[in-house]
Design a protein around this ligand. Sequence first.
Ligand code: GYE
Length: 331
Amino acid sequence: MRTQSAPWRAAAVLASVLLVGGVAACGNSDTGGGGTKDDGKITMGFSQVGAESGWRTANTISIKEAATAAGIELKFDDAQQKQENQIKAIRNYIQQKVDVIAFSPVVESGWDTVLKEAKDAGIPVILTDRSVDSADKSLYKTFLGSDFVKEGRLAGEWLVEQKKTASGPVNIVELQGSTGAAPANDRKKGFAEAIAANPNLKVIASQTGDFTRAGGKQVMEQFLKANPKIDVLFAHNDDMGLGALEAITAAGKVPGKDITIITIDAVKDGMQALADGKFNFIAECSPLLGPQLMDLAKKVKAGQEVPTRIETEETTFTSEQAKEALPNRKY
Ligand code: GYE
């Protein structure tokens, strides 16, 4: 019987060698410079901005679902739009020796110290959705997310086209996203660059509404009180635009007619408002970053090279296009 078991044993040894090799190829080797656990499973610590908007909710769902689908253990923290909470969460993940840290930085500045701590601990960092302004690009492996300047530019270019025959001044109010956030800085910049093509187009007031409906409503009320003639609202996201709708209606004006409304994101509620003619134009920003993020985490952990910048594909919507797209909209 011994002679019969020998080939079987050889096969078993071979299988276990292949298995170990396979697991290493799937990302448990040390080459990723990552965490120190060796249980064959990737653990990701993710620090989310908050739950400020429909976009954010869809983004969180995408990340959680994709982690489960990819077999990645996800530690998730909601920072409630506060940088100090994100720094705390990242330090916790470093202490827990997770394999990969991913986060969506609430603001652009002030990350160098904590990112250096992660680097020194050998834990790779992936930025998703929003970026940081760190000069040292070696502090993170890659940035997966949208081109926010382009989104602002697309919004502005649409307006330039709409108002090309305007003979007098077109008064624009702007609801900015959270102060210091990359999408707020960049969307403002892209929009300003585009509308510079027509000197009639003027931003007469610009303030943060913190990316929330409540913020959008409150700031729009102030805008309406202070400015008798508002022709256009540019809101840095759908939620602020949706909040502003209430203020505009309460002021006796018809949104989408008396005031042209342009937003960014294209979440379902925004798309509904666009289809209903209350909004006039949306530049899309996709929150469905989960599957790509998990894929990147596996690659980074396996020590594979990844592009330092991965841009999300996006489009724009008019009211007619929103009507068509709405039935198939996932978020
Ligand atoms: O546009 C907004 C959210 O960072 C792209 O954050 C994201 C922005 C999104 O609160 O709705």
